[in-house]
Design a protein around this ligand. Structure first.
Ligand SMILES: *[C@@H]1O[C@H](CO)[C@@H](O)[C@H](O)[C@H]1NC(C)=O
Ligand SMILES: *[C@@H]1O[C@H](CO)[C@@H](O)[C@H](O)[C@H]1NC(C)=O
Ligand SMILES: CC(=O)N[C@H]1CO[C@H](CO)[C@@H](O)[C@@H]1O
Length: 420
């Protein structure tokens, strides 16, 4: 009798633990049972789509806003190509890929007659070599570091089809996985060329499933591997076991895994406070890490409660997070490409440090708190890009620029002045 009660009690504890640490995340965060998704009209913004000429604003997965230079940079790819070649989403049909990955610059203070902010393509120069002798880039995420003398250093995750090092012929990506690297480029503010300056993480298998990169301002960077391996059985278990990681590379291309066992780490950023903010597209939480030489230590966690995509930082240091309120719909869209609109959400996160102690105690850092609030949501996917993957806030004007990996356009949302 007594042993039965103990076993029952034990089973109950196990169930409670599984629920607490696993099922709860899957049911209420990843699947989003019971989540209320609001229409875009609920928010004090007026939004419009921007297309640019010749589809150059298709599938802009990541953007970065140069507050001082008043320019928005976006990394974009042909949408049709993205549906065949998206290694992060297990799409490895290299023959369906077009070698048309590119960066676009938009002058955010000059909408121009067509409202496209003069969206124009940047040219890659220098000795960059893409797969099979081409100069094509396959951008995923990118970060920009401001250097002296009006120069910008771009760091870009490049996820190319694999080629044989000797013959230069394409290899079967479904067998060997994509070739993930991080590229660096330099741009002079106002210029239209990105001069290639180096490839990082190409050897050693540390940067194997790169998603997004964040400069460490020391000549190196931190990059998220969103999966445990580029292909294979272990990778298919990632939804259950985790397996994503954070890799750090130094300026001399010394790369190592700094943190392992994460659940789908995604579009990380370096905050103005020097800390690295790493969102998860599974758990709805953002891990906060501090970097010392080459090791990363987790010091905090921010609860958002919705699968999060990519983060951006505005000029005031606030974080803007693009999120998926209905992940199952998104997964369906990635798989079957129906072209149906998808809902998206944008969160704003502000670090609040109070002088007085008391709030947020028990975390060992007494005075740090995070305010998290929803700034935009589009339940019907009317105006925000399909599968909004990134949102950049212009702190000077309050506008929000959005890009989406599955979208034909970008979107700009202007705040509607509140009548008093
Ligand atoms: C790969 O892409 C090509 C070109 O779009 C297409 O014809 C082919 O059916 C695709 N293959 C697979 C396995 O989906
Ligand atoms: C990956 O890219 C690097 C850098 O361009 C190149 O040296 C290497 O041969 C490529 N490997 C594969 C398998 O494509
Ligand atoms: C730039 C970047 O990190 N993009 C990621 C944003 O989130 C989507 C969906 O999870 C990823 O597929 C992208 O790689």
């Amino acid at each position: 009798m007594r042993s039965q009660a103990i076993i029952l009690g034990f089973v109950a504890v196990v169930i409670a633990l599984v629920y607490e640490f696993f099922l709860k995340d899957i049911l209420f965060i990843a699947i989003g049972i019971g989540r209320i998704i609001q229409p875009i009209e609920d928010f004090p913004y007026s939004c419009r789509k921007i297309y640019g000429s010749e589809n150059i604003l298709e599938s802009c997965e990541d953007v970065w806003l140069d507050d001082e230079g008043r320019t928005l940079y976006a990394a974009c790819v042909d949408l049709k190509s993205r549906h065949e070649w998206s290694p992060g989403g297990d799409k490895l049909n290299a023959s369906g890929r077009t070698p048309n990955g590119h960066f676009v610059a938009l002058n955010i203070d000059s909408p121009g007659p067509d409202g496209n902010y003069g969206a124009s393509r940047l040219q890659i120069t220098g000795d960059y070599l893409g797969p099979a002798g081409s100069r094509a880039i396959d951008p995923n995420g990118f970060d920009v570091e401001i250097l002296p003398n009006n120069r910008l250093r771009f760091w870009m995750t490049n996820v190319r089809p694999p080629v044989d090092a000797v013959s230069g012929e394409y290899l079967d990506a479904t067998k060997v996985g994509a070739n993930g690297t991080v590229e660096s480029f330099e741009l002079i503010r106002g210029g239209d060329t990105l001069k290639w300056t180096g490839t990082f993480g190409a050897n050693g298998g540390v940067v194997h499933s790169p998603n997004k990169v964040a400069a460490d301002l020391n000549g190196g960077f931190v990059v998220t591997n969103d999966h445990s391996t580029p292909i294979g059985l272990r990778r298919s278990l990632d939804p259950l076991l985790g397996g994503g990681s954070l890799a750090h590379c130094t300026r001399s291309n010394d790369c190592k895994i700094a943190v392992d066992g994460l659940s789908f780490p995604n579009g990380l950023v370096r905050g103005l406070d020097g800390l690295f903010y790493v969102p998860s597209s599974m758990t709805g939480r953002i891990g906060v890490y501090s970097l010392s030489s080459t090791s990363l230590t987790k010091i905090d966690e921010i609860e958002v409660g919705m699968p999060i995509d990519n983060l951006s930082i505005d000029a005031n240091g606030d974080i803007f997070a693009a999120a998926f309120p209905d992940p199952l719909k998104l997964i369906k869209e990635v798989k079957y490409v129906t072209g149906l609109p998808l809902p998206s959400t944008v969160w704003q996160i502000r670090k609040v440090s109070s002088e007085r102690d008391g709030e947020g105690k028990g975390k060992g850092r007494g005075s740090v708190n995070y305010r998290v609030w929803k700034v935009l949501e589009d339940s019907e996917g009317k105006l925000l890009p399909t599968g909004t993957t990134t949102a950049a806030h212009d702190a000077k004007t309050g506008r929000i620029f959005l890009g989406g990996v599955l979208s034909e356009h970008m979107t700009v949302c202007e705040p509607i002045p509140i009548a008093r």
